[in-house]
Design a protein around this ligand. Structure first.
Ligand SMILES: [Zn+2]
Ligand SMILES: [Zn+2]
Length: 122
Protein backbone atom coordinates (compact mmCIF):
# COMPACT_ATOMS: atom_id res chain seq x y z
CA UNK A 1 0.00 0.00 0.00
CA UNK A 2 2.06 2.88 -1.30
CA UNK A 3 -0.57 5.53 -0.58
CA UNK A 4 -0.78 4.60 3.09
CA UNK A 5 2.95 4.66 3.68
CA UNK A 6 3.29 8.01 1.90
CA UNK A 7 0.54 9.41 4.06
CA UNK A 8 2.25 8.16 7.18
CA UNK A 9 5.66 9.61 6.36
CA UNK A 10 4.73 13.09 5.17
CA UNK A 11 2.57 15.34 7.26
CA UNK A 12 2.17 17.90 4.47
CA UNK A 13 1.86 18.02 0.73
CA UNK A 14 4.37 19.90 -1.33
CA UNK A 15 4.06 22.16 -4.34
CA UNK A 16 5.11 20.26 -7.46
CA UNK A 17 6.57 23.48 -8.87
CA UNK A 18 8.74 24.92 -6.10
CA UNK A 19 8.61 22.24 -3.42
CA UNK A 20 7.32 24.44 -0.60
CA UNK A 21 4.69 23.18 1.82
CA UNK A 22 1.10 23.64 0.67
CA UNK A 23 -1.65 24.84 3.01
CA UNK A 24 -4.31 22.24 3.91
CA UNK A 25 -7.21 22.03 1.43
CA UNK A 26 -10.18 24.18 2.32
CA UNK A 27 -13.57 24.64 0.68
CA UNK A 28 -12.08 25.37 -2.74
CA UNK A 29 -11.26 22.84 -5.42
CA UNK A 30 -7.66 23.89 -5.60
CA UNK A 31 -4.89 24.64 -3.14
CA UNK A 32 -2.69 27.58 -4.05
CA UNK A 33 0.99 27.51 -3.19
CA UNK A 34 1.79 30.41 -0.88
CA UNK A 35 5.25 30.69 -2.36
CA UNK A 36 4.83 30.61 -6.14
CA UNK A 37 1.06 30.65 -6.68
CA UNK A 38 0.99 27.23 -8.38
CA UNK A 39 -2.41 25.56 -8.03
CA UNK A 40 -2.88 21.90 -7.13
CA UNK A 41 -6.20 20.12 -7.55
CA UNK A 42 -7.60 19.05 -4.19
CA UNK A 43 -8.72 15.77 -5.71
CA UNK A 44 -5.06 14.76 -5.81
CA UNK A 45 -5.10 15.00 -2.03
CA UNK A 46 -8.35 13.17 -1.37
CA UNK A 47 -6.93 9.67 -1.40
CA UNK A 48 -4.51 10.58 1.35
CA UNK A 49 -7.12 12.22 3.52
CA UNK A 50 -9.45 9.23 3.22
CA UNK A 51 -6.60 6.95 4.29
CA UNK A 52 -5.99 9.12 7.33
CA UNK A 53 -9.59 9.16 8.49
CA UNK A 54 -9.76 5.37 8.22
CA UNK A 55 -6.74 5.14 10.51
CA UNK A 56 -8.32 7.48 13.04
CA UNK A 57 -11.47 5.38 13.00
CA UNK A 58 -9.45 2.30 13.80
CA UNK A 59 -7.87 4.06 16.77
CA UNK A 60 -11.29 5.17 17.99
CA UNK A 61 -12.57 1.61 17.85
CA UNK A 62 -9.68 0.35 19.92
CA UNK A 63 -10.15 3.09 22.50
CA UNK A 64 -13.86 2.34 22.75
CA UNK A 65 -13.39 -1.37 23.28
CA UNK A 66 -10.92 -0.66 26.08
CA UNK A 67 -13.49 1.50 27.76
CA UNK A 68 -16.21 -1.12 27.56
CA UNK A 69 -13.86 -3.56 29.29
CA UNK A 70 -13.54 -1.11 32.15
CA UNK A 71 -17.30 -0.72 32.30
CA UNK A 72 -17.56 -4.49 32.65
CA UNK A 73 -15.44 -4.27 35.80
CA UNK A 74 -18.08 -1.96 37.29
CA UNK A 75 -20.75 -4.64 37.42
CA UNK A 76 -22.51 -4.73 40.73
CA UNK A 77 -25.41 -3.20 42.62
CA UNK A 78 -25.92 0.48 41.90
CA UNK A 79 -26.62 2.60 44.94
CA UNK A 80 -27.29 6.23 45.77
CA UNK A 81 -24.03 7.37 47.21
CA UNK A 82 -22.26 10.63 46.59
CA UNK A 83 -18.79 10.33 45.17
CA UNK A 84 -16.49 12.44 47.31
CA UNK A 85 -14.39 13.33 44.29
CA UNK A 86 -16.82 14.39 41.55
CA UNK A 87 -20.14 14.63 43.44
CA UNK A 88 -21.85 12.05 41.22
CA UNK A 89 -24.78 10.43 43.08
CA UNK A 90 -24.39 6.90 41.75
CA UNK A 91 -21.83 4.37 42.82
CA UNK A 92 -21.44 0.65 42.33
CA UNK A 93 -20.41 -1.47 45.26
CA UNK A 94 -19.04 -4.89 45.90
CA UNK A 95 -17.97 -6.58 49.11
CA UNK A 96 -14.91 -8.56 49.87
CA UNK A 97 -14.52 -10.87 52.83
CA UNK A 98 -11.29 -10.34 54.68
CA UNK A 99 -9.09 -13.29 55.54
CA UNK A 100 -10.26 -13.62 59.10
CA UNK A 101 -13.99 -13.88 59.73
CA UNK A 102 -13.52 -11.67 62.80
CA UNK A 103 -12.55 -8.73 60.62
CA UNK A 104 -15.88 -8.70 58.88
CA UNK A 105 -16.11 -7.59 55.29
CA UNK A 106 -14.99 -4.53 53.45
CA UNK A 107 -17.31 -2.73 51.06
CA UNK A 108 -15.77 -1.15 48.01
CA UNK A 109 -17.57 1.69 46.25
CA UNK A 110 -16.73 2.75 42.72
CA UNK A 111 -18.04 5.97 41.22
CA UNK A 112 -19.75 5.25 37.89
CA UNK A 113 -18.65 8.61 36.53
CA UNK A 114 -14.99 9.11 37.47
CA UNK A 115 -14.16 5.58 38.70
CA UNK A 116 -13.07 6.92 42.07
CA UNK A 117 -12.87 4.10 44.62
CA UNK A 118 -13.66 4.24 48.29
CA UNK A 119 -13.70 1.42 50.79
CA UNK A 120 -15.57 1.11 54.02
CA UNK A 121 -15.20 -1.50 56.73
CA UNK A 122 -18.48 -2.81 57.99
ZN1 LIG B 1 5.04 26.56 -5.34
ZN1 LIG C 1 -16.91 10.41 40.97
Amino acid sequence: MDAASTCFCSESDFCSDCGSVLPPPGVQDTVTCLNCGHRTQVTEFLGKYVQRSIMFNKLDTIALSDESDETGALKGPLIDRRCSRCGCEKMVYHTRQMRSADEGQTVFYTCVQCRFQEKEDS
